[in-house]
Design a protein around this ligand. Structure first.
Ligand code: NAD
Length: 458
């Protein structure tokens, strides 16, 4: 799928027309290429008085080769304004609404200083962990700032809030996963993720990789629905990052599946996930070939759209079965046979339709909201076993699935987000990749939208 409008806008004639008519102006997004630096320019790090994260974050940024700007130099009057690849602010010291002013004081002078595809990250304390109602209130307020910056700064920049647990009992895993999260959010891997609230810590352990360019080295990863679209992109991204990929799809997609698996040196499993014996056949395959599966990515999904009054029961049943019930049956068998070890991951693909609902998609939205329920219920239940559970919720992604949407609705879906364009399969793949890294073990129970901060489902 190509977005012809976005290509036109990036041409000289297109740029002139967009300016003259005030048309939507989708920027070219910075996407990850192995070997690229994390940021296109230096980072400016600020902190509220009494914050607890400025020190570990400085260490993380320095280790990642990020140049740190001097905050004093940045505010000197008469200086040529400095441009930044990222603005980071440790807001954990804010314990009362009157102290929110520190956010204004840091961000206001820098509102025009962020480079194209720059990054804004605010770090906070999860409100439920706060010592007083006032602190919890002030920490909750951070969401509004971040989501608005995501809509204001433009030119492909993104903004996120990361709530970092202060629970000392989990501190080792928390700081490693804060590092994996900061690296992901600063890099081009998170090109289409904006306006998100991510919770780090209070859960499973995490281990840093020997090489951050191969964060999945040696991990055995199962990807369902891998023959095309997001699943095929996922198989490539995970293999690039060092994983041994088991690619699964229906027998009818066998040729495309074999091509994906051959391309990345992975293995192919032809299996219809809704077959009654699918969970046991899959478990037997994984046990005999690999002895385990470190990461399970439930990506396979279907749509069978009709408004509820016109929908036959088959459409309802198929969608719930492929998108939700089959995931539950597979999880049950893999967990029962202890094939997912401590440090393992379950990652499901939901959708913004599962958050906002969608006309003509009662079956699909029900299944995708169910996926979020699966994360909410399994993440705490599996914490003791050291297994983390998360989901991504894609918005408008350019695949065969969205190519079938009527033109006008398709254009609306593409433009109605902060980045004024659809995402690419690789954007969803990179986000799932980060959740799969052993270093991200302390990220659990999250649903991260990959939607360019879509206005739908807001
Ligand atoms: P796609 O149709 O291109 O690919 C889905 C794959 O799943 C296909 O290869 C298909 O053969 C496989 N599959 C379907 N039923 C299966 C079964 N019973 N057993 C095994 N494999 C099966 O779709 P996509 O756009 O790549 O979507 C991937 C996931 O992302 C889906 O869960 C979808 O709901 C979700 N999603 C996509 C978008 C988007 O904009 N494309 C948005 C939100 C969510």
């Amino acid at each position: 799928m190509t977005d012809r409008y976005a290509s036109f806008v990036q041409s000289a004639a297109g740029r002139a027309l967009v300016k003259r008519l005030g048309l939507p102006d989708p920027p070219r997004l910075r996407r990850h290429r192995p070997g690229d630096p994390l940021l296109p320019g230096p980072a400016l790090l600020g902190a509220a008085t009494g914050g607890r994260l400025a020190e570990p974050v400085t260490t993380i940024l320095t280790a990642a080769g990020v140049e740190l700007a001097d905050p004093a130099a940045a505010t000197a009057p008469g200086d040529t304004p400095q441009r930044y690849g990222a603005l980071l602010f440790d807001a954990t010291g804010i314990t009362d609404s009157t102290e929110l002013r520190q956010l204004y004081d840091f961000f206001h002078p820098q509102a025009r200083s962020v480079l194209p595809s720059g990054r804004v990250i605010v770090l906070g304390t999860p409100p439920q962990e706060c010592a007083t109602p006032r602190e919890a209130t002030a920490q909750r307020a951070l969401e509004g700032l971040v989501r608005s910056i995501g809509k204001e700064f433009g030119r492909g920049s993104t903004a996120q809030l990361v709530y970092v647990s202060g629970n000392a009992a989990h501190s080792a895993g928390t700081i490693t996963s804060l590092e994996s999260t900061i690296r992901f959010l600063l890099s081009g891997r998170s090109a289409y993720v904006s306006g998100q609230v991510i919770r780090v810590g209070g859960g499973a352990a995490a281990s840093a990789p020997a090489d951050w360019d191969r964060p999945l080295d040696g991990q055995v990863v199962l990807v369902t629905g891998a023959a095309r679209g997001i699943g095929a992109a996922l198989a490539k991204v995970l293999a690039r990052d060092g994983a041994r990929v088991v690619a699964l799809d229906i027998p009818a997609a066998g040729d495309a599946l074999a091509a994906v698996a051959n391309d990345i040196g992975g293995t192919a499993v032809q299996l219809d996930l809704t077959a009654p014996d699918a969970p046991t056949r899959l478990a037997e395959h994984l046990a005999s070939r690999h002895g385990r599966v470190d990461v399970v990515v439930h990506n396979a999904g279907i749509t069978r759209d009709k408004t509820l009054g016109r929908m036959d029961a088959d459409r309802w049943d198929q969608v719930i079965d492929v998108n939700l019930s089959s995931q539950e049956r597979i999880n049950d068998v893999l967990l029962e046979r202890e094939l997912i070890p401590a440090g393992g991951r379950i990652i499901s693909v939901s959708s913004i339709a599962g958050i906002a609902g969608n006309r003509g998609q009662t079956n699909y939205a029900t299944s995708k909201a169910g996926v979020i329920g699966l994360v909410d219920s399994l993440a705490p239940a599996l914490r003791e076993r050291g297994i983390s559970v998360n989901a991504v919720a894609p918005g408008f992604i350019e695949t065969r699935l969205t190519a079938r949407i009527p033109l006008v609705v398709r254009e609306a879906g593409r433009r109605m987000n902060s980045l004024a364009q659809g995402g690419l399969p690789v954007d969803v793949a990179e986000t799932i990749g980060w959740l799969a890294w052993p270093a991200s073990g302390a990220v659990s129970g999250n649903v991260v939208r990959v939607c360019g901060q879509s206005l739908l489902g807001a």
